[in-house]
Ligand binder design. Sequence first.
Ligand code: SAM
Length: 231
Amino acid sequence: MTEQPQDHAAINRAYGDGRAGGVAGTGQRNWAATEPIWGIWDIPQSRLPVLPDDVAGADVVELGCGTAYVSAWLARRGARPVGLDSSRRHLAAARALQERHALRFPLHLGDAEATPFADASFDLAISEFGASVWHDPGRWIPEAARILRPAGQLIFMRNSTLLTESSPPRGELIGLLRASGFVLEDLLEARAPAGVASVPGPVTPAWAAHWPAEEVWLARRIGTAGLGAVA
Ligand SMILES: C[S@@+](CC[C@H](N)C(=O)[O-])C[C@H]1O[C@@H](n2cnc3c(N)ncnc32)[C@H](O)[C@@H]1O
């Protein structure tokens, strides 16, 4: 698996705390969004179906939740989300947004590579540029498998393998998912909508319209669905 610095969790924590201001701005906007919007292009859920159609009653954990707007979207769709993040500042922003929107769910301070949750606690584990980007896949993916129920789903969004050389290559990630007890169900690729004038990062609008800069992985834990599993 991609080599990680020994103290990558501490480095990420400090970096995450430093970015709390910028993340809070996105959090405010996304908490207020009526339809989920995904990635740097703000692609609506109707065009990039990241969330399952029916999450009502599902126990969900968001790994590296930041301001926890993904959990807020899930709660509004009837799920029971729990957010986990290693940054006190991001969790404080998440709590403030919970108050503002009168929508509360548990938020835990912790590390997605070693969560405080019991085995088989959740029907869905999701990460939108959280664990999926900042954690060692060799640790957080097996941990996600541990806390998911049989047939539970793992969904994560990250920068595409094409864009980010430091992302584990697809073959390696598919092998890791399989070794952790998952079956890959789908891989969604996000391209820039036609006509965008500028794009963040090192690519041009023409490149981003043609090639995916972001991708969403949808995997399912092997096993028979139990009560409350996401359909
Ligand atoms: C770019 S944010 C994405 C989260 C969310 N979608 C948002 O935009 O608010 C990445 C999050 O991962 C968290 N994070 C980084 N390392 C972590 C770790 N080891 N355990 C848990 N969370 C971590 C950071 O604190 C940050 O809140």
